[in-house]
Design a protein around this ligand. Structure first.
Ligand SMILES: N[C@@H](CCC(=O)N[C@@H](CS)C(=O)NCC(=O)O)C(=O)O
Length: 205
């Protein structure tokens, strides 16, 4: 059975929702980020990066959200969560997920995790001030030129949808306003109604 190492409200929610969409049995393994469990030897043996999510599979442990998402889509093709028979469409899906992972997530991390990039208190405060605008700029780009609609990649729901939902949810919880991004706002509202999403959020709360 899969084991998902997660922390409530973290980026692991995207993988958690996908596991719920698929309906395969899995175990949730909560990692206490506030208590520093991710830096203890026991967890570093699971993910040497000291981050969630990590997914224990029958072949070994995987980390990095885009890899987990495409692995699950390929491992459970019946769930139709990625365009597996269309190389170009699959690459576009990977491009969207890579942007969320390497740019939007990292832009938002400057709000709370500035100490990763600087020791100087003034520099950390400056990054914190700049982070919200950087995140909004990412959403403007996704709204204008990446999000197809009604789902991220167009007519077919895919693993990019729970991932976008997870990152949009951070923007909402941080007090950001979605009204400048009507397509993504509409996506967020529709995602919030999906049973797999409500179940995952409930299980994490
Ligand atoms: N690139 C990784 C990022 C993972 C990541 O940064 N996870 C955060 C939670 S959203 C974390 O574990 N933070 C713990 C820490 O920074 O100590 C992914 O997308 O899976």
């Amino acid at each position: 059975m899969f084991k998902l190492f997660y922390a409530p409200g973290s980026c692991a929610l995207a993988t958690h929702i996908v596991l719920e969409e698929i309906g395969t049995p899995y175990e949730l393994m909560r990692v206490d980020l506030a208590g520093g469990e991710q830096r203890k030897p026991e967890y570093l043996a699971i993910n040497p990066k000291g981050r969630v999510p990590a997914l224990a599979t029958e072949q070994g442990i995987l980390n990095e959200t885009p890899a987990l998402l495409v692995f699950l889509a390929q491992r459970f093709p019946h769930a139709k969560l990625a365009p597996l028979d269309d190389l170009f469409a699959l690459a576009r899906l990977q491009a969207f997920n890579s942007y969320l992972c390497s740019t939007v997530h990292v832009a938002r991390a400057h709000l709370r995790r500035g100490a990763r990039w600087a020791d100087d208190e003034a520099a950390i405060a400056a990054m914190k001030r700049k982070a919200p605008q950087n995140v909004l700029d990412c959403f403007a780009l996704m709204e204008a030129s990446m999000f197809v609609g009604p789902w991220v990649m167009g007519e077919s729901y895919s693993v990019a949808d729970p991932y976008l939902f997870t990152i949009t949810r951070w923007l909402v919880l941080d007090g950001g306003n979605l009204s400048a991004f009507p397509a993504i706002q509409n996506h967020f509202e529709r995602m919030s109604q999906r049973p797999a999403v409500t179940r995952a959020i409930e299980q994490e709360s």
